[in-house]
Unconditional design. Structure first.
Length: 427
């Protein structure tokens, strides 16, 4: 981490490239000055990633300027294997060397799959230490400095938002996460929250004014009902009963423009839509149920009717919807190290710590709720991940906590806290 920061803050980092074309030019200049030949298609591939990975490109270029070999910088994108040229290769002649006929050594090292590991060429073996060093540097640098600056500015000007993925019965993870972000004052009544399926529920529950402790208690009851009587085919009716009984009468007014619910329209072709203009309380609840409608699972039907059209689960076309915010953070309740490369996920169970539960088990719990102790563990993990993210972004101590206690021991929240700042000890 310190090394990454020192590399980014070096004076020559100001000259780091900002486009694929400039990166290619930097590589070509280095190639000419060093006299070494490199695979241009490999360098072009590395350059093509500049827009999607600006921090890595800047670090790679800074390492290049500081003397790191170009081939080592290129290798770290695909481990120790350089990207093969896309140009057509001449047909190889059979039996052109004795090495191809050489029998495999019985003591050859094996990889993780138990297959014989291919021997590294002299070039790959020479650059392997550089590759390992660069990969370790980038893997340890979880949150980029540029993201920290953007997140800090967004929190200050109120343009920070969050998008929650679909998650089914892994909903408790979001309860803990939102509870901690609310405690830190990072999300407030005006923070835009978007979500699909379980993500839409947490967005609506938060903006409805319900406390996360109350949401957790009701979630435990719903999960117990599903464990005892089954989930498949009856989840819609169970969830609808809880939403109707718990959500306030002015739900639609509280959620308008703040909670964004993703649904999928089936006709004329599947397309996602983010809904934030709710006509009534019933319309808002219908949107939430539509966002959760997993075909043939939610209530044994493929689709449901919403606002006169056929719709189904929003997560099938918009897995992690984003609200219209200047800086939107993607949140996923599944371990997302692999998905983060596609969705650029900011918070997930394995982002800031190890997560030993396999994806197969997580998917099973998404459709059939885990026991109550495990659900409480999800809440605790959500709180821990939210706190770790806030500290990594450098905003944990920037916002005013959403809950404080006055001199009489009464808890002040939201508007009460803003109206009586002098009554809070230590303020």
């Amino acid at each position: 981490m310190r090394l990454a920061i020192s590399v980014c803050t070096r004076s020559n980092a100001r000259e780091a490239v900002r486009s694929p074309a400039q990166l290619r030019q930097a590589f070509l200049v280095e190639q000419e000055t060093s006299g070494r030949a490199h695979n241009y298609s490999e360098l072009g591939h590395l350059a093509s990633l500049a827009v999607r990975h600006p921090l890595r490109i800047r670090l790679a270029t800074t390492l290049l300027q500081s003397g790191t070999p170009v081939r080592a910088v290129g290798f770290f994108w695909k481990g120790t294997e350089p990207r093969k040229s896309i140009r057509p290769q001449a047909q190889e002649k059979p039996e052109r060397s004795e090495s191809s006929e050489r029998p495999e050594s019985p003591g050859a090292p094996e990889n993780e799959d138990g297959q014989p590991e291919e021997e590294k060429t002299a070039v790959e073996a020479f650059y392997s230490p550089w590759v390992a060093r660069i990969r370790k540097l980038l893997d340890s640098f979880t949150v980029s400095l540029f993201s920290r600056r953007t997140g800090t500015a967004a929190l200050r000007n109120g343009s920070l938002g969050f998008g929650f993925s679909a998650g089914g019965m892994l909903f408790p993870y979001y309860i803990g996460l939102v509870k901690e972000l609310d405690r830190l004052g990072i999300i407030t009544e005006s923070t835009p929250l978007a979500g699909s399926s379980a993500g839409s529920l947490i967005a609506a529950c938060y903006h409805s004014g319900m406390s996360m402790d109350q949401v957790a208690a009701e979630c435990f009851k719903l999960s117990e009902d599903c464990r005892a009587n089954g989930t498949r085919g009856r989840l819609r009716f169970v969830l609808q009963r809880y939403l109707v009984d718990l959500l306030p009468e002015d739900l639609h007014e509280r959620c308008n423009g703040r909670a964004f619910v993703a649904v999928t329209h089936a006709l004329p072709r599947p397309r996602p839509e983010l809904i934030s203009n709710f006509r009534s309380r019933e319309d808002c609840i219908a949107a939430l149920l539509t966002s959760c409608h997993i075909p043939f699972y939610f209530d044994n039907s493929m689709m449901t009717t919403f606002r006169g059209g056929l719709c189904y689960d929003g997560g099938l076309t918009s897995f992690i919807p984003l609200p219209p915010a200047q800086h939107a953070v993607r949140v996923c309740c599944f371990p997302a190290k692999q998905m983060s490369k596609v969705y650029h996920i900011g918070i997930s169970p394995d982002t800031f710590g190890g997560w030993e539960t396999p994806m197969s088990q997580m998917l099973s719990w998404a459709f059939e709720p885990a026991d109550e102790d495990m659900l409480k563990g999800f809440i605790a993990r959500g709180e821990a991940d939210a706190n770790a993210w806030a500290h990594a972004m450098g905003i944990a101590n920037m916002a005013q906590p959403s809950e404080q206690t006055d001199q009489n021991g009464q808890t002040l929240r939201g508007a009460e806290l803003a109206a009586a700042p002098a009554a809070v000890p230590g303020s």
